[in-house]
Every structure is written in C-alpha cells, then in structure tokens.
Ligand binder design. Structure first.
Ligand code: PRX
Length: 632
C-alpha cells in the first residue's frame, strides 16, 4: 500500500513512539532501548532511553561484513591535485589508528577533542575516532580566525587539539597552525597536546616542544593497535558544534548519540533517497553542520560512498563539481544556493557536457533559494532540485520534500512541507496563536524536538531554555528565529530571520560578533552591523561606525585607510567570511530613547526600503547620516 507524505507525517506526530521505534531499526544497537522517549523535564528530551550504540560502529564496523571493499570515502583535492580513496576496511584501519593515537594521549569517554582542520581525510578520521572512543568532538571551521577559535577552545576545554600545518584555497596556502598558536595564547588555557597533520605546505611551521606532536609519527607508533568501540547510552553526547546567535558568544550545540544516528539514517531513506552502495557528494565543509551530518555521518551510517572535496567550485574550471559527479556516478548531491549562483554565471556548457544521469535529486540548503536559481538549476540538470530548510540546532531537515515517501510536486521558492517528527507551527508574534493561510508567523516547533536535534547548549542548560524556548511567555515552543508563511496548498516559504543573525553565502553569522570585532579596533567608539542583500552571497555585512578620534577620518584618504584597518581587524579576529562589504563612518547611530540600536531601520535604509516605525527614535539626524553615508 502506498502511503502519502501527509499520512506518513501525521503518523510521526500522532503515533510518535511506534514511528520512531520503526526508524530506530535502521541502525545497530549494542543494547536495545527500553523507552522511546523520556520527557519528564520539558523541553529536555531523551530519545531511545537505555539503548546503547556508537556512531563509529554504525558508520564503519557494521559495514565490514558486507561492504569491506566498497569505497567509503573518496577524497579529491583540486588544490593539491590529489585523489585518494578509502574502502570501508581501509577507513576502519585509519580511524582505529587515529583512535589509538588519541587514546595514547589520554582521551577517553566524555573528553573533548577540538578539530581545526582543512578538508582532508584525517579530519574525518579524527571525528570518527572521537566517536569510537566516546569522546566529544568540536570541529571549528577552518575559515575562522584566532579570536573565534579561542572562544570555542575556552568553551569546549579540549584535552587534545588536532590541526594541520595548512589548508589551501584557490591555490593559496592558508596557514592553520600559527592561528591556532595565537588562539591558544588568547585562551591562556593550560598546555594541551596538539596533533598536527603535516602536509608539507608550510615549511616554516613552528612547533612547541612537548606540546606539539606529529600525526604521521604517532600513526606509525600506534599502527596495529586494536581500539574497541566504546558503547554509549543513547543520550550521551557525541559532539558540540558552535553556532552564532544574537550575542557575541557562540553557542555550543550539543548532540546526542542514538537519536542523531536514527535521525540521519531515516533522513537518508525518506528524504535524500540514498541507498547502501550509492555515492553522495555534499559540497559543504566539515566545520559546518551540513558537513557533520551529510559529508560524514549520514552517508557512512547508510553504507554509501561519501565524497570529500577540497577546492572551490570554479577551479580548475567551473565544471569541476559536475565532473566529479559524473566521474564518480554521484546519486545524491547536496549543495548551497550561493554555490549554484556562482556557477549560474558561467557558460552553461560546463554543466551540459557532463553526464549527470546518475543523479536522483539535488538538495540545496543553508540560505534562501531564489526562484530564478531554482528554476535555472532544474532546467540545467533535468532532475528535481529540492530546496530544504534546517539549522545547526536540528542537524537534519525541518522543512523538506521527502521523495523517499512520496514525490510531491516542487514549488519554486518553497522548501515544501514540515519534515516528519516536527510538530511545526507558524505562530503570531503577538500572542503565540497560529497564523492563518498566507499570514506571516514565527516558524516554531512544539516540543519535544524530534531525535537528532540539539539536546542542550553545551554546559548551559539554562541558556538552552532561555534562548530557544522563551520567545512566547504563554507557551513552551522552540523558536527557529525565522519568519515563515504557508500557502493554501500547505507549502511553506521562509521569509528571513526574526533576530540579528545574518546569512552570508550560507554561513550563519551574528551581527553582534562582527560588531565586537569592529569595536576592537582602537579608533572605533560604536558600531552597528546589519546584513544587506547581495546578489551572489544572499547577504553581506555592512558596518556603520562612530570614530573615537574624528581627526583620523577627516579626509577621504584617511577614512579609506581607517576602513582598511577595521576590515583587517575583522579578518584577524573572525576570519574573512565575516568581513563587512564596507565601513561607513557616521557621528552617531540611530537609537531609541532607551539606547537600543534601531538595526531594522538601518538595514531597511541600506536596502533602499522604508525604515518603518520611527516613533521611538531619539534623534532623527542619526538616520539622515545613514542615508548620507550610503548615498540615498
Ligand atoms: O535562517 C535560516 C537559514 O539558515 C539558518 C540556519 O543556518 P545554519 O545553522 O548554518 O544551518 C544550515 C543547515 C542547512 C536558518 O535558521 N536557512 C537554512 N536553510 C534555508 C534557510 N533559509 C531559507 N531557505 C532555506 N532552505
């Protein structure tokens, strides 16, 4: 009997325990769970209580019987011109060896290991090795600079840090180790062991005697050790990944073990349609949630081959992604709207000359997908392009089409329907009542959150409740901090954030973080950073700053020089991804009489829109300055 998606979804909500018990069969359990869900202390949810499992076992060991020689991981670097493949049995050997190294350094269950690495196989070995030991990994995106890295080190307090001498981007060597050294100085944390994968890209790399260790040397020492899997209770943490919010301090999103494994395995079947033996190509980075879930864990848990790509989409030419897809018979591709917009500007031949018949679908997420890009890619590929919406916090889709259950028609501009397991609502901001058809509301989930979603903020249960479940005083609901709307056919559309988070090329950044970085420049007294529309990247940060010493910005040349310095400060603190498009100097910022920055008005003006309600504005001259600065 074929089931409609609507029926499948309904069952996941109305008959929750039976639904998730079935999904839980998609993974291996060392000890079966006793209870599907413990929810005595809302909004904290424990899934598959009493069950014991392990992510590394599910991603590798359980496949050794049936697919030991199948490729598990294909590493392609167009930066170093390298291609390496690892079968499941080879991956098992590499991961076991890495686990032996970590164990040798005293890492065990519950210890944190921070991974600050480029897209190389060793980064994935490290993640899986942590999972094997029951250690908690904390991967930090390689594009983050010293101050961001230091914050994450302070928060995770890792026993060991794994890094590499350098990464490469568009042919340029990007040194990782000096940034880590700088971050470690900023943290003032006690000397930990740093394990370095030396790629030979930075001959001048400095080492700290006694602290810094060489991965290859350790690998030889631990070559043939056996490292059995450490079984974890389902709710025990697997990893922390930090994400930006409204404050300057990123939150450590904590994830469990059993719920995550089940959620990923189920999503591969019902949403991504990836089968054992298929190949998945996700063009993200392991530093982001998409990389955690859909480069590393989900494809491997499902016995697929995953492609790990180090390189940019347009080198050696703009056909590289499609060439990889063709050469490796990619069945499931997952990318981002910005990546596709970059390729859309190129000669269409770069797509048409490749045979992409192995594709089942291509999935895009991380930022709004504009209709023209959605339309263009669908025509160019000739296969369904599925826009789906989710967050670091959820780890897997919230809104999506689920072609593994039913091929529902795709509407351009819409990420389709609520994913099974999410009791999703659009709520009116005023009173938490449900918005009607075509009426804007906050995208919210009635808890418990389904398996796989964050279980708490690392080390701060109170912040978890306060941040995510306190938007409405009358109802305990999880807020996504996104606005949404639902049309008469039930399709959802995402309309942007309700908070001060911006999305630059699919990278989520807090405007507060950028403001703090700008403000750390010695001549900045005050600053407002807002996100403004960008054709390619979706959004770009734009800064309006008040100088402490106006003499330093008295001429166009000195202003330009100060702007350059400020941008360099952001690069050094946060990384180039957070660099504002420009810094405009003003003598005051628009604020309310109680001193709150009127960011939404600044943003509206910067995008050429009406600044909205200005009744609380303290001094209208401040807005004129913004207008003047941007030439409107
Ligand atoms: O604002 C939404 C936007 O990206 C945010 C989550 O970003 P991040 O935590 O980095 O997770 C990315 C996981 C794919 C959301 O709150 N966003 C994500 N996907 C979409 C989107 N906005 C519109 N359409 C999407 N498909």
């Amino acid at each position: 009997m074929t089931q409609t998606y609507a029926e499948f979804y309904r069952r996941s909500i109305d008959d929750r325990d039976a639904f998730w018990t079935e999904q839980a069969e998609l993974i291996d359990w060392h000890k079966p769970f006793e209870k599907v869900l413990a929810y005595a202390n809302p909004p904290f949810a424990n899934w598959f209580v009493g069950g014991q499992t392990n992510l590394c076992h599910n991603a590798i060991d359980r496949h050794l019987g049936s697919r030991a020689d199948q490729n598990a991981l294909v590493y392609i670097s167009t930066e170093t011109d390298t291609e390496r493949t690892y079968s499941y049995s080879e991956l098992h050997r590499e991961v076991t060896r890495c686990a032996a190294i970590l164990r040798g350094l005293g890492v065990g269950k519950g210890d944190r290991v921070l991974i600050y690495m480029p897209m190389i196989p060793e980064a994935i070995f490290a993640m899986l090795a942590c999972a094997r030991l029951g250690a908690i990994h904390c991967v930090v995106f390689g594009g983050f600079a010293a101050a961001s890295l230091a914050l994450r080190i302070d928060d995770a307090r890792p026993k060991v840090i794994m890094t590499a001498d350098a990464g490469m981007r568009a042919g340029k060597v990007i040194r990782y180790k000096p940034l880590l050294d700088e971050a470690l100085q900023l943290t003032g944390s006690p000397a930990q062991n740093v394990v370095i994968v030396d790629r030979g890209l930075d001959e001048g790399m400095l080492r700290t005697e006694g602290r810094d260790l060489d991965y290859a040397t350790l690998a030889r020492q631990h070559d043939s050790e056996d490292v059995p899997v450490t079984w974890l209770e389902s709710s025990e943490p697997s990893y922390i990944v930090h994400t930006s919010g409204t404050t300057g301090k990123p939150k450590g999103v904590q994830r469990d073990t059993g719920g995550y494994a089940v959620a990923l395995a189920a999503s591969m079947r019902h949403i991504y349609c990836g089968s054992p033996g298929d190949t998945m190509f996700t063009t993200s980075d392991i530093g982001w949630i998409v990389g955690h879930s859909y480069i590393v864990y989900a494809p491997l848990i499902c016995g697929m081959t995953t492609i790990v790509y180090e390189g940019v989409p347009i080198r050696p030419d703009p056909g590289i992604w499609w060439k990889i897809a063709q050469d490796h018979n990619v069945n499931v591709m997952f990318s981002s709207p910005t990546g596709i917009r970059v390729l859309k500007k190129q000669d269409p031949e770069y797509i048409s000359k490749h045979d992409l018949s192995s594709f089942k679908h291509i999935f895009l997420a991380g930022e709004p997908l504009d209709k023209p890009t959605h339309n263009w890619l669908t025509d160019a590929i000739g296969k369904p392009v599925i826009d789906h919406y989710w967050q670091t916090e959820t780890g897997w889709p919230i809104l999506t089409s689920a072609p593994g259950v039913e091929q529902t028609p795709i509407k351009f501009g819409s990420p389709s329907f609520a994913a099974y397991g999410y009791d999703l609502k659009l709520l009116r901001e005023s009173d938490a009542s449900e918005a009607g058809v075509n009426e804007k509301g906050v995208v919210a989930v009635i808890p418990p959150l389904p398996p796989g979603c964050m279980t708490t903020v690392w080390g701060d249960d109170e912040r978890f409740v306060k941040t995510y479940f306190s938007t409405f005083s009358t109802k305990l609901v999880y807020s996504t901090f996104d606005w949404g709307i639902r049309d008469e056919e039930g399709y959802y559309f995402i309309l942007g954030r309700t908070d001060d988070v911006i999305n630059v090329a699919g990278h989520r950044l807090g405007t507060r973080e950028i403001e703090e970085a700008v403000q750390s420049h010695s001549n900045i007294a005050e600053v407002a950073v807002v996100g403004v529309e960008d054709q390619l990247k979706g959004q770009m940060p734009l800064a309006f700053a008040v100088a402490k010493n106006a003499d330093l910005i008295s001429t166009d040349e000195s202003k330009a020089a100060q702007e350059k310095e400020v941008l360099a400060t952001v690069d050094a603190q946060l990384g180039a991804i957070a660099r504002p498009r420009s810094v405009h100097f003003v003598s005051m910022l628009p604020k309310t009489r109680s001193g709150k920055l009127l960011r939404r008005s600044i943003q509206a003006l910067a995008e050429g829109r009406d600044p909205g309600d200005l009744s609380t504005l303290e001094d209208p001259a401040a807005l004129d300055q913004i207008r003047l600065a941007i030439g409107r």
